[in-house]
Design a binder for this molecule. Structure first.
Ligand code: SF4
Length: 106
């Protein structure tokens, strides 16, 4: 009886360690790298998610600016001039994952 319990616990421990190692390896090789500028620019946008810029929301607008598919910050009509200038300054000095600066205009 005790042997059966110890065997079951041992099998579960070995299984947990094996699956933990598998998850660690998978997270290393299957990791999706997200450009941290997207989150930073999203935080600088008004956050209304109104869609006036033609994007699905502020996070989508930020991603478009970072990827360079949109280059004009004032596409975001509700944003204030100081916020646009802040985004421009940030984008001008912060390279992406590839080490390149994405050009944007106010
Ligand atoms: S127009 Fe501005 S506030 Fe509206 S969704 Fe686009 S980025 Fe967000």
């Amino acid at each position: 009886m005790l042997y059966d319990i110890l065997l079951a616990v041992g099998v579960m421990v070995i299984l947990a360690i094996a699956l933990g190692l598998l998850l660690a390896v998978a997270s290393k090789y299957l990791e999706v790298k997200v450009d941290p500028r997207i989150e930073a620019v999203t935080a600088m946008l008004p956050g209304f998610n109104c869609g006036a810029c033609g994007c699905a929301g502020c996070a989508d607008m930020a991603a478009s600016l970072v990827k360079g598919t949109k280059t004009v910050i004032s596409s975001c009509k509700p944003s204030k001039p100081d916020a646009r200038a802040k985004i421009k300054a940030y984008m001008d000095k912060t390279p992406g994952l590839d080490g390149k600066i994405t050009e944007v205009t106010i």
